[in-house]
Write a protein of this length. Structure first.
Lengths: 161, 796
């Protein structure tokens, strides 16, 4: 079945098994490295992508429901040369060990804070309550997230996007 | 990571040698061989030896060319057998080479863990990478030797004595004469050193460091943060297929029949692979492979009946035969306990836990024409090469293992077993195959961390000092790291027909040799005396430490701080019980029984940093309801002398719900000269919080036949959004001592520090991990009345 998707601003039409979760289309058909298979059950966040501003767990999202969707992955935020502010915050805080969960943490936090730039600390924690990091880089990650939250709140005050 | 891509110059060096660096090195008159068989401590009961495929020759480590090559452009290519697993080892080894050679990091290319290219350094594990490569041997000493050789060459080239030369940024100049200078490239570019690593070469002392000892940011993090880093999960080959395995439905089940018709017509199906009890499918896409594995009809024997989870600790005690080891035995413990003013007894229980990697394990293999290449996240590139060769029936030098980083592994997750899976599937398919395990296959069949039953007894003398300490423990083992010759130590090799390391029962014999506390099986407070020579960190002279290793029904392996964590939980909690019994301050009481000044120093440093209030536990104002607050301390000399750490935990306990909320973890760490302070902090913080997660909620569960903790709803890992405590780390940078490990120090003491804080807050002693709300409530209910079920006090 042909499915048309826009991923990080680029249009793709792919011939895929419509029952396949979106994750495999992104990571295998399109060869993207941001979204990852962590559990395949929607429990850890490793596969998170952003669709229409919301964090979506692509490992449990059938691709057939994504016809025409515009999807942003971790590599769609910024580049090594020009990281997105939340990516820069993670680099600045050295907020990773193995790095496998970084997609989960950044994409979940970004989608949440972009929707709720004035979120309180407990609200941020709640938003991150089903995201895992098994290296337990939690303290640094929360620092990086708070840094982005401050940036986002300032941007919201200033009326910027 | 871009840095891993070789420069044209480095590539040329390899190409010139016919790609195989093995040939390159043979030309230098040395053999590329294994020299570091993993040593597994006796206490785990599974001693690993080099197998038939392991070379016995240690020559390679002794050659500078094994570690370093300098191109004509002056760029340095360094080779290491210690890989980046997320602990920062890649960046910090760049710093090491940059420091010793006085070359900017940007001009160094480090190639890690690639068989036939890098030295065989066995396994990247056990907090051994820093001690191995950052002291007076291997990578560090090779770089120091190279620098001295280059200075000597420059002296000849420039016609000036070495003493008249200065070195900076890979360029050697004559002091005071700017016209006379020569770069590394001109001196040796493209040629071999043909030089033995010299033990006499001068390592740069810490006071001269400009790169090492600084917080160089991780070079891989920009790619990680922007989703461009290539994990093993991202390796894609032309014509690559995708596999899945079908593991037995029950522990001990064996294959009776597989119905290939059940999958043959499925979309994308390529082939079914059956080898003994190993079953797998290969399809065109990952999704089709998952579907086919689910749909495959296979018949298995029922397997074994597992002991009831509720009875596991009694089960372990009852196992016969056992492999017994007396680590230390002064021979007078019973007598001293009888004479003591008071004896305390307690039993500590620790469950099976799992590595539980965030990403299930993945590998890619390409087996064709009698040769195999495996892209593997293994911590053991060369041993994995041996295992793959054995599984595939190939000569060892027809197998090439290339390390590619996977999800954090913490010891022995599914990385080795999935590498075997990929190799078996690719061999059968005749094409490259990628496999990433399902969450369930990862969690149900990994090599779990050891469960433990630990009986403790100690005697207290008239002056309140501990006069005798007796420890007896039971731990189950089955399998382990495969090493060079035991692919059956992990599930895939086992299912494919290879035996795990045999279980060899043994009666304990009196201890001989030198006391070493490699598994922290002895408490830090005993003297550790064998034949009059004492190697312990403490003062207690009457001591006995006896372990019984028994057969496990699950695969077991070295989960981060293996045995050390379980033993230290028991020791540091029991020490706290003793301090409380004599109404002594827990810090002061520890210091009273320590002879090791480095351990004492971290205890003092953590207490000072935490603002420790000197008083006995529990807190005088303990109330029996509401939120209780307390603090506890624990410490460890990791593996006896491989890193020193103390932690003060401050917790709140909700006495209605039994919920523990750690609020602050303050640590002091001494691991000798510090290579990268921020990297060390990252490890210390992660270890502390991982240790907190393990003690608050992690426990492998099972029913009559199978593991039931197979996802994140049934195995409880604290999420990023958990209300984490403030974490503070005090680093003690100590010059003039060997660089030690650090990555397993803080995790080792988190359980006891938290448990001791709960006792301080509530007066309830937690002796069984994890500290679930139910167990906390039970301990709270048992307060003050009769002694808790597992503990006792006897007055002489």
């Amino acid at each position: 079945m042909d499915i048309s998707l826009t991923v990080n601003g680029r249009a793709h039409t792919v011939d895929v098994d419509p029952t396949s979760p979106l994750l495999y289309i992104l990571s295998d058909t399109l060869g993207l490295r941001g979204p990852k298979f962590g559990c395949g059950l929607g429990q850890c966040g490793a596969c998170t992508v952003i669709v229409q501003g919301r964090a979506v767990r692509s490992c449990v999202t059938p691709v057939r429901g994504m016809q025409g969707a515009s999807i942003t992955t971790l590599e769609g935020l910024g580049t090594v040369e020009h990281p997105h502010p939340i990516q820069q915050a993670f680099i600045d805080e050295q907020a990773a060990q193995c790095g496998f969960c970084v997609n989960a943490v950044i994409m979940t936090a970004k989608a949440f804070l972009d929707q709720q730039p004035h979120a309180t600390e407990p609200e941020i924690r709640e938003a991150m309550s089903s995201v895992l990091c098994r290296c337990f880089t939690h303290a640094r990650m929360m620092r990086a997230i708070r840094k982005y939250a401050a940036h986002r709140a300032a941007a919201a005050e200033g009326g910027a996007r | 990571m871009s840095r891993l891509r070789m420069t044209p110059d480095a590539r040329e060096a390899l190409t010139r040698a016919g790609f195989s660096r093995r040939t390159f090195l043979k030309g230098a008159g040395v053999l590329l061989v294994g020299f570091s068989a993993a040593v597994v401590t006796e206490e785990t009961g599974v001693a690993q030896r080099p197998g038939p495929f392991a070379s016995q020759n240690a020559a390679i480590a002794g050659e500078v060319d094994s570690w370093l090559a300098i191109g004509r452009d002056g760029h340095v290519t360094a080779y290491t057998g210690k890989c980046e697993l997320g602990q920062g080892m890649y960046t910090v080894q760049l710093q090491l080479v940059a420091e010793e050679l006085s070359v900017p990091i940007e001009r160094i290319h480090l190639i890690q863990c690639d068989t036939g290219v890098t030295p065989d350094q066995g396994t990247t594990s056990g907090s051994q990478s820093t001690p191995t490569n950052f002291n007076h041997r291997n990578l560090a000493q090779a770089a120091a030797t190279a620098r001295e050789a280059l200075m000597g060459l420059a002296a000849g080239h420039l016609g000036a004595p070495v003493a008249a030369l200065v070195l900076a940024d890979g360029v050697i100049r004559v002091k005071g004469d700017a016209s006379k200078q020569v770069g590394y490239g001109a001196l040796i570019g493209g040629r071999k050193f043909n030089l033995h690593v010299s033990p006499a070469a001068r390592r740069k002392p810490q006071r001269e460091w400009t790169v090492l000892g600084t917080s160089v940011p991780r070079v891989d993090l920009p790619e990680v943060a922007t989703g461009t880093f290539e994990f093993v999960h991202n390796v894609r080959l032309p014509g690559m297929l995708h596999g899945q395995v079908v593991r037995p439905p029950a522990v001990g089940a064996t294959l009776v029949h597989v119905d290939e018709d059940s999958v043959r017509g499925l979309p994308g199906f390529v082939t079914l692979v059956v080898r003994h009890n190993f079953v797998g499918v290969v399809c065109d896409t990952p999704w089709h492979a998952i579907q086919a594995a689910r749909r495959l009809k296979a018949t298995w024997t029922p397997g074994v009946e597992l002991p009831k989870q509720a009875d596991i600790y009694a089960h372990l005690r009852a196992q016969q035969p056992s492999r017994d080891l007396l680590v230390v035995d002064s021979g007078d413990v019973e007598a001293m306990l009888r004479q003591a003013r008071t004896t305390l007894t307690a039993t500590y229980l620790y469950p099976y836990q799992m590595h539980g990697s965030m990403g299930s394990s993945c590998a890619v293999a390409d087996v064709k024409d009698g040769k195999a290449t495996v892209w593997s996240p293994t911590q053991s590139a060369y041993p994995t090469r041996s295992g793959v060769a054995m599984l595939l029936g190939l000569p060892i030098d027809h197998v090439h293992v290339i390390f590619k980083r996977g999800s954090g592994c913490y010891g022995l997750n599914g990385a080795d077993t999935v590498s075997y899976d990929a190799a078996l599937l690719s061999q059968a398919a005749g094409r490259p195959v990628r496999i990433q395990l399902t969450r369930k296959d990862e969690m149900a069949w990994e090599n779990f961390g050891y469960a433990y039953v630990i009986d403790q007894r100690l005697g207290i003398g008239p002056d309140d000092a501990i006069v005798a300490w007796d420890y007896e423990a039971w731990l189950p083992t089955f399998g382990n790291r495969p090493g060079y010759s035991r692919p059956g130590n992990v599930v895939t090799g086992f299912l494919a027909g290879f035996d795990p390391e045999p279980f060899e029962p043994r009666h304990a014999t009196p201890p001989t040799g030198r006391f070493r506390n490699g598994s922290n099986v002895a408490p830090s407070y005993v003297a550790g005396c064998i034949g009059g020579a004492c190697g312990g960190a403490g003062t207690i002279r009457s001591e006995r430490v006896l372990t019984h290793t028994v057969k496990s029904f699950f695969f077991t392996g070295p989960l981060r701080s293996p045995s050390r964590l379980q033993n230290t939980f028991a020791h540091e909690s029991f020490m706290d019980e003793a301090a409380a019994h004599v109404k002594a301050d827990p810090v002061a009481y520890r210091l009273k029984h320590l002879s090791d000044t480095r351990l004492a120093d971290v205890v003092k440093a953590a207490a000072r940093r935490a603002g420790w209030e000197t008083r006995p536990s529990p807190h005088a104002a303990v109330s029996r309801a509401g939120i209780a607050r307390g603090r506890g301390i624990a410490c460890v000399a990791y593996e006896g002398d491989n890193g020193y750490c103390a932690m003060v935990a401050e917790v709140e306990v909700d006495q209605a719900t039994g919920r523990i909320s750690p609020r602050r973890l303050v640590m002091a760490v001494d691991c000798g000269p510090i290579s990268n302070p921020n990297g060390l902090r990252n490890q210390a913080e992660g270890g502390a919080l991982q240790g907190m997660s393990r003690v608050l909620g992690e426990e492998v569960t099972w029913d009559d036949h199978r593991v039931t903790s197979v996802d994140w709803e049934t195995y409880h890992s604290l999420p990023v959004g958990f209300d984490i405590p403030v974490v503070e780390t005090e680093l003690i940078d100590r010059d003039g001592v060997p660089a030690t490990g650090a990555g397993e120090t803080t995790i080792t003491i988190a359980a006891a520090a938290i448990g001791n804080a709960v006792f301080d807050a509530t007066g309830a002693r937690l002796r069984q991990a994890p500290f679930t709300p139910e167990r906390v409530k039970a301990a709270l209910a048992a307060r003050g009345g009769a002694a808790a079920a597992h503990a006792g006090v006897a007055q002489a």
